[in-house]
Every structure is written in C-alpha cells, then in structure tokens.
Design a protein around this ligand. Structure first.
Ligand code: PLP
Length: 413
C-alpha cells in the first residue's frame, strides 16, 4: 500500500515516543538514518559536559575521583545499561571498546570451558569480531584457540564437541538479519558451548532478555543506539554464575580487588569489575552516563514496535516506487527476523548514498553494494522516512548520482 505524506504525519501524531525527539539536538533539514552507526547528540549531554569540564575537572581536579564518584563510573554506567539488556544488577560494566571487551571475554570463555578450543562464528560476522578471535588464536596457539567460521545456516550443525564458545552478532551489520537470541543460546548450551553475543546493533533497538535467555556473555557499543558519542565506552555482560571463575587476560589495576592497596601481585576483584583494565575515560563515561538518561521513561516495547513500523513504511515506499525498482531489498521481509535497519543492494550503491547525503538524508554504504538505513525510534519520525524515500526516488529517477562528485570514497564509508 502506498501511503501519502498525510498518513505519515498521522502516524507521528499518534506516536507514543514522539516526545523523545526533543531530547536530541538534530540539525534542521537533515534526515538522519545513521543512528545505528553513530547515535545523535542528546541535548543534555551538551549541557552537562560543559559543567563536567569546568566543575568536575577544572575546579574539582583529582578530588573528583571520590567526590564526583568518577571511580565508580564503569559500574554506575553499566547499571544504567543493564535494564536495556534485560540484565539484573552486578552483571554489566562500561569499559574499553567492543573489540577489547570481545578479546577479554573470548579468552575468559575459553578458560571457562577447558578441553574445548574452538570459537565458532559466522562467516559474515562483523570483521572486528573475527579479527579479535584470530588474534587470540595467534596468541594462544591453535591447540588452545581456533576460529571456525561457517555460513549462518550451518551454525547449529557446526556446534560440535570441540566448540568452547559460540560468538555471534545478533543483528547482521549488512542485512539487518536478527538471530533469535534465546533459541541460538539454547543450541549452544545443548552442545556444551558457551555463548558470547555481540549486541552492537541490538542494545537500545530490540527488546533483550539476557538473564531470562541464560546468556553467558555479551558485549556491545555505547555510541550506536545508546547515543554515547563518537568512540563512547562499550559494555560487557557476564552472567553472575560465571563471575567467580572468570579469568581475563588484561589484568590491569582497575580490575584488581584493591587497586589502591598497590599490592605487587594481581588479585582480581570479585564480580563484574574484574573485567576492568585501566583508568576509565571519565569525559567519555560522563557523556554516555548522561545520554543513557533519555531512556528513563522509555519502554523498549514501544521502541521495537515503532522500529518495525518505520521499517515497514520504508520498505513499502521503496517497493512501490517504479524508479526504485533496481534497489533490491536484502533485509528479511519478516519483521521478526530483522533488527532496526533496512538495507538494499544496488550496483551503484555508493554513489547513490553520496548523492542522498548531499540531498540531506544521511544513511550509509557498506561494501560491496549495500545502502543501509538505520532506524532510531527515539528521534526519527514517520514523515522523515517518507521524505527520505521521496528524495531517494528523485536522485535515482533523475540520475543525479552519476555525477563525478559522488564517486569519490573517503577513508570512512
Ligand atoms: C560497530 C560494531 C563494533 C564496533 O567495535 P569497536 O570496538 O567499537 O570499534 C563491533 N561489533 C559489531 C557487530 C559492530 O556493529
């Protein structure tokens, strides 16, 4: 069914999340469909950061570690993320990057499952996940760690007796395909493997129930749907039942039971703070901390419902346009199998996306030919999706993207 602009406006008028948009600072006349790569700036972050710099750092100086509880930030920020993951207290910490957290947890998972050495993952998993597993394999040697990659459809069959940990990303970064987290976690457990989920494109976008699904470990990003700012600290989840035996190789002083005892030998803290390594990046932590407040009264059920509705509108509008017939939908058509993004393949995908960005609609391009549109229900309106497709249609119908200026690739795509 093709809708008109008035239908989109009516959907906005009835949107239970409509009031959240004003919590973000968004450039006028820009439609932002890339919040899955870098979330928009929450207004409060701009306000609070000026104060953090002037007061907490400038005036408080080193006293702020105690007086402003800087030292507790990894834990307090972790606890703010926990409800978004369906995680009870004491299991989530904000620290390092997703890649570094993967390294620590993969290594920890291998030691928790002795006698097994394989890290099983999907061929199309996000590259950093695969690279980190390869690096760990080089460090430990193949008799202790070997990455095995198989096609998505072969994951279950590949869960053999040598698999120590299944490492998957719940939402595929290209297609947006969404794994059934509970079912796949059960498969891993039935095969005697642990599961380590990468929730980079899940946290803040889909409903999660890590505790209820008996997930072992998870990691994810602070700067995507959580809006913590460029390079924001990441998070890590370890189920309480594994924490006492948890060994992680980046045994820095912040993960010590008593960092300020300055003892000569390492003794890991009890609990999730054992995952810490060095001093937390306070400014970045504070930005993420404040950004997380936008979720205080938000229901993830509403978020997910709106995400699905935005995606259906986008797909409908593209597929009902003759001019856009060459765009091939590569995301699952079934909403239950799709995260909060919609992707299309097109031979000239890169140039089309560049032209679209020049026309005030930011999405992104992923090799080799993927146009990717992230849907962030807290600040995106239905009318934005409607207008974005109208601009896309114009660019393709008028061959705007063939201009030389849209063919050049920067370092970051
Ligand atoms: C974005 C993303 C990352 C990013 O990792 P960094 O360490 O923050 O660079 C990792 N995994 C997945 C699946 C991602 O989408």
């Amino acid at each position: 069914m093709t809708r008109n602009r008035a239908d989109a406006l009516a959907l906005d008028a009835a949107d239970p999340l409509a009031h959240c948009r004003q919590r973000f600072q968004l450039p006028a006349d820009l439609i932002y469909l890339d919040g899955n790569s870098l979330g928009a700036l929450p207004v409060a972050v701009g306000d609070v950061m000026a104060e953090v710099v002037a007061q907490e750092w400038g005036a408080g100086l080193i006293r702020s570690w105690n007086e402003r509880s800087w030292i507790a930030l990894p834990t307090t920020v972790g606890e703010k993320i926990a409800p978004l993951l369906g995680a009870g207290p004491g299991q989530v910490i904000a620290a390092d990057s997703t890649s570094v957290n993967l390294f620590k947890l993969l290594s920890a998972a291998l030691s928790l499952n002795p006698g097994r050495r394989v890290v099983l993952s999907a061929t199309g998993n996000f590259p950093t996940d695969l690279y980190v597993a390869q690096g760990l394999g080089q460090l430990l040697g193949t008799d202790r760690c070997e990455l095995r990659r198989v096609a998505d459809d072969d994951i279950r069959a590949a869960l053999g007796e040598d698999v120590a940990v299944l490492m998957l990303t719940q939402v595929d970064f290209r297609s947006g395909r969404l794994w059934d987290l509970e079912q796949v976690t059960d498969w891993a457990h039935e095969a005697g493997a642990l599961v380590l989920w990468d929730l980079a494109h899940s946290a803040g976008a889909v409903e999660l129930a890590l505790d209820a699904c008996r997930v072992d470990m998870a990691v994810g990003c602070g700067y995507k749907f959580l809006n913590g700012g460029p390079g924001a600290p990441a998070f890590a989840y370890v189920a309480t039942r594994h924490q006492a035996q948890l060994e992680q190789p980046l045994s820095g002083w912040m993960g010590h039971a008593q960092p300020f005892a300055f003892a000569p030998d390492y003794q890991g803290a009890t609990g999730i703070s054992r995952l810490l390594c060095g001093t937390p990046p306070v400014l970045a932590m504070r930005a993420l901390d404040v950004a997380l407040d936008v979720w205080c009264d938000v229901s993830l059920v509403d978020v997910r419902n709106k995400s699905v509705a935005l995606a259906e509108l986008l797909i409908e509008q593209v597929q009902s346009s003759e001019a856009l017939a060459a765009l091939q939908l590569i995301s699952p058509t079934n909403a239950e199998q799709r995260g909060s993004q919609v992707s299309f393949a097109h031979r000239d995908g890169f140039a089309i996306m560049q032209a679209l960005i020049a026309a005030g609609v930011i999405g992104d391009f992923r090799e080799p030919d993927v146009l990717r549109f992230g849907l962030t229900p807290l600040y995106l309106r239905y009318v934005d999706v409607f207008d974005a497709v109208a601009r896309l249609e114009q660019i393709v119908a008028d061959d705007v993207y063939l201009a030389a200026e849209f063919q050049h690739r920067g370092t970051v795509t």
